[in-house]
Design a protein around this ligand. Structure first.
Ligand code: FAD
Length: 407
């Protein structure tokens, strides 16, 4: 047998390989990845690793010995071509691998900032271990950091820099931070927390250029003419799915590789999982963009890897995991269960530095954002999974027993 070939040696790809072996899958498994490092976790790149609190060894998803022990071949190469008729995958080193099943776990890449000067030395992205290593050096040498984009990665980066004593300015086009992902209440709490750490915000501000001095980025220029001096610039303006390999093979793509509830693409011999895949989910029911989503989170990558491995070993089930996510910014730990969008209602439970925002769509609980409230986050995950009914009044009432509802 040709076995399973997995493109992308990241969170989703490696989980698929590991879960296949755990389920007793005996055929060959090959994981093809275009990064130099052994498969690693990305979340610490903008948290503990960036802050120098853990080393590269501490990021590894599995120790180096794991691959040979579990007969998982890890090939460092870039997959360039899928031949669906022949069921082969072409690599940039000239090799051609046969597959019985192909899993696409190609992840996403950072969106580029389309302004003059964005390619100057001193302008950084944060996605890979190599990016984080460059940034660790840059932070050590910098006094002023400018962050373009107040999303999760931009704000985590800002928190680490502020903690290291840098002067930090965050520039955001929207009127509030993390606007796409969280409620106004959560945005406000995080803006205030960052300001308390010394971070300065320019909201509703557009970047028109990055100015160089002596061949390096020296300032970020805003649409209103303001120029903000910078020793380093981090661009964190969202990601795009790595779908070109699938697209060239004629698979359906639309902001991600289109998959069904069982994670299969339009070719039953090919599946897609993780950041690169767009799938239907009951948790997106009623959302303005429709009930198909692409989710960039460790939870989604791991659970989809497990779900695919189960199907390939004879235990098929529709993917139905509750989406959840976390972000650590200074002393504030944000945990989100479910999916919400701007316009969904919100009710706050708790106050100060520890509260949860319960989000409602069409009268039903759709998401819970917890700030320093891990027990409420865990209860929320269960309540959403079970589809339990909760009213806004119950959610706001501290005496109401959420834990009981979650069991
Ligand atoms: P990835 O882990 O990105 O792996 C995809 C791999 O495929 C990459 O190595 C890529 O180089 C490779 N690849 C792509 N195309 C090819 C090809 N043609 N041939 C060979 N290899 C290829 N999520 C959370 O839930 N919580 C967090 O706190 C959090 N923090 C994050 C912080 C940072 C800095 C980043 C970058 C991400 C963070 N995430 C977080 C998101 C999370 O890491 C991703 O959702 C997760 O890694 C997705 O897994 P994946 O396997 O789909 O993609």
């Amino acid at each position: 047998a040709a076995g399973v070939v997995i493109v992308g040696a990241g969170q989703a790809g490696l989980q698929t390989a590991a879960s296949l072996r755990e389920a007793g899958f005996a055929d060959p498994i090959t994981v093809v990845g275009d990064e130099e490092a052994l498969p690693y976790q990305r979340p610490p790149l903008s948290k503990a690793y960036l802050a120098g609190k853990t080393d590269a060894e501490g990021l590894l998803l599995r120790p180096a010995s794991y691959f040979a022990e579990h007969r998982i071949a890890h090939r460092r190469a870039r997959a360039t071509r899928i031949d669906r008729d022949a069921r082969t995958l072409g690599l940039d080193d000239g090799a051609v691998l046969a597959y019985d099943h192909l899993a696409l776990a190609t992840g996403s890449r950072n969106r580029a900032l389309p302004v003059p000067g964005a390619d100057l030395p001193g302008v950084y992205q944060l996605r890979s271990l190599a990016d984080a290593d460059r940034l660790r050096e840059a932070i050590a040498a910098a006094g002023r950091a400018v962050v373009v984009g107040a999303g999760f990665i931009g704000l985590e980066f800002a928190a680490v820099c502020a903690g290291r004593g840098l002067a930090v300015t965050v520039i955001e086009a929207a009127e509030r931070v993390m606007a796409r992902a969280v409620s106004e209440e959560t945005s406000e709490a995080f803006r205030v927390a960052h300001e308390a750490m010394g971070v300065t915000f320019r909201l509703q501000a557009g970047v028109v250029a990055i100015e160089g001095h002596g061949g390096r980025a020296a300032a970020v220029v805003l649409a209103d003419g303001e120029s903000i001096p910078a020793d380093l610039v981090l661009v964190g303006v969202g990601v795009v799915p790595n779908q070109e390999l699938a697209e060239r093979a004629g698979l359906a793509v639309r902001d991600g590789i289109e998959i069904d509830a069982f994670l299969a693409t339009s070719d039953p011999a090919i599946s897609a999982i993780g950041d690169c895949a767009r799938f239907p989910t009951r948790f997106a029911a009623g959302m303005s963009r429709g009930d198909r989503v692409r989710i960039e989170s460790v939870q989604n990558a791991i659970d989809q890897g497990r779900c695919l491995a189960a199907r390939l070993t004879g235990r098929p089930s529709a993917y139905d995991a509750v989406p959840w996510f976390w972000s650590d910014q200074g002393r504030h730990k944000l945990q989100i269960a479910g999916l919400a969008e701007t316009g969904d209602g919100s009710v706050v439970r708790g106050s100060g530095d520890a509260f949860s925002v319960f989000r409602f769509r069409d009268g039903r609980l759709c998401a819970v954002e917890s700030i320093n409230r891990p027990a409420e986050h865990m209860a929320a995950r269960r309540i959403l999974a079970l589809g339990r009914a909760l009213t806004p009044a119950q959610a706001a009432e501290l005496a109401f027993d959420l834990k009981a509802l979650a069991t």
